[in-house]
Write a protein that binds this ligand. Sequence first.
Ligand code: NAD
Length: 286
Amino acid sequence: MSAHILDGKAIAADLRKTIQAEVKTLTAAGQRPPGLAVILVGDNPASQVYVRNKQKACEEVGFLSELIRLEADTPQQALLTLIDTLNQREEIDGILVQLPLPDQIDEETVIERILPTKDVDGFHPYNVGRLVLRMPLLRPCTPKGVMTMLDHTGMELAGKDAVIIGQSNIVGRPMALELLMARCTITVCHSRTKNLTDKIRGADIVIAAVGRPEFVQGDWIQPGATVIDVGINRKDDGKLCGDVDFTAASEVAGWITPVPGGVGPMTIATLLENTLQAARLHNDKT
Ligand code: NAD
C-alpha cells in the first residue's frame, strides 16, 4: 500500500476537543452552551443510529441537546409549527430535521421553514445561495468536513483538477461549490456522464459520492491522486464499505480516506462546528 490514510476519526476527535474547549470558555464567561434540536420523524433504523450519534457527540462537547421524536404519520403542518417554536427559542441555536422524511411531508418546505441562522445542516436555499456566491455562512456538513480533511493533507488546492462523482443536493453539488471556492477546476459526474473513467483518470482529487459499493476501481485512479470516499454502503456480509475499492485504490493513490473512519465522523464533528458557529451568530446579535 502506498497511500497515506486520511484519518477522519482522528481529525474529527481533534475538532471535537477544540469545540469542547470553546464551550468551556463560553460557559466560564457566563454564556449559555450552544443548543441543538434534532427532529426525528418516524422510526427509520439508519436515521435512529445517525440521530443517536449526533446526540452523543453534542453531549460530549457540552452542548444542550434536545431530541424530538414524532410519529411517522405526523402531518406536515405539525412539523412546521414545531419548527416555528424552535426558531423562536433562545437556547436553541441549531435545528436539524433528520432526512429522509415520510411521504406526506415535503422536504423543501420543511428546510425552508428553518431560520437560515439555525440551519446547521446548511441545506436552506439561503445558505446554499451564499455558498454559490462565495460568501458562505452555514455550510453543508459533509462537504465542509471533506474540506477540513483536505486541509490536513497540506496540499495546495488551487489549480488542482477535481472530479466529483455524484450531484446530490447534500453532497455532490455543495462539494463542487466548496472545491470551486478553493480554486480547483471541477468536473461533476453523475449517472448520465459519458466516459466517466477517463474523467476520473485525469483527476488530482476524486470525490466519490455515488452510493454504490466499491464502484470506483483502483486502475481508474491517477497515481498520487487524493481519493475521498463519501459512500457508506453495507455489503452482503453486513460489513460497511465505501464507493471506492479501497484495497486497489490505496495501491496507487497519494491520500485516501477509509470507510468506516473517514468522512462519516467528519460529518458529525462539522455539525458541532456549525452549531457553535450558529451560537456565535446568535450571541453577536444579542
Ligand atoms: P444520491 O443517491 O442522492 O446521489 C448519488 C449520485 O450518484 C447521483 O447524483 C447519481 O447521478 C450518481 N450516480 C449514480 N450512479 C452513477 C454512475 N453509474 N456513474 C456516475 N454517477 C452515478 O446519494 P447521496 O445522498 O449524495 O449519497 C451518496 C453516498 O454518500 C451514499 O452512499 C450515502 O450513504 C453517502 N453519504 C455519506 C455521508 C457521510 O457522512 N459520510 C453523508 C451523506 C451521504
